[in-house]
Design a protein around this ligand. Structure first.
Ligand SMILES: [Zn+2]
Length: 50
């Protein structure tokens, strides 16, 4: 039921985080401000496929 997804930096398009989420409970796309080690700053990260 829980699917593996990744969080991708919207600035450099690199995948920085991996997590699982329940798509039934949370069908919406995740968008959150997280630290990107490639940009070396906080950027918006969006959900994408692993
Ligand atoms: Zn980045």
């Amino acid at each position: 039921m829980r699917e593996l997804i990744s969080l991708e930096c919207t600035a450099c398009k690199r995948k920085n985080y991996y997590l699982t989420k329940n798509k039934r409970k949370h069908p919406e796309k995740i968008l959150s401000n997280k630290f990107c080690r490639f940009c070396r700053k906080h950027t918006e990260h969006k959900e994408s496929k692993v």
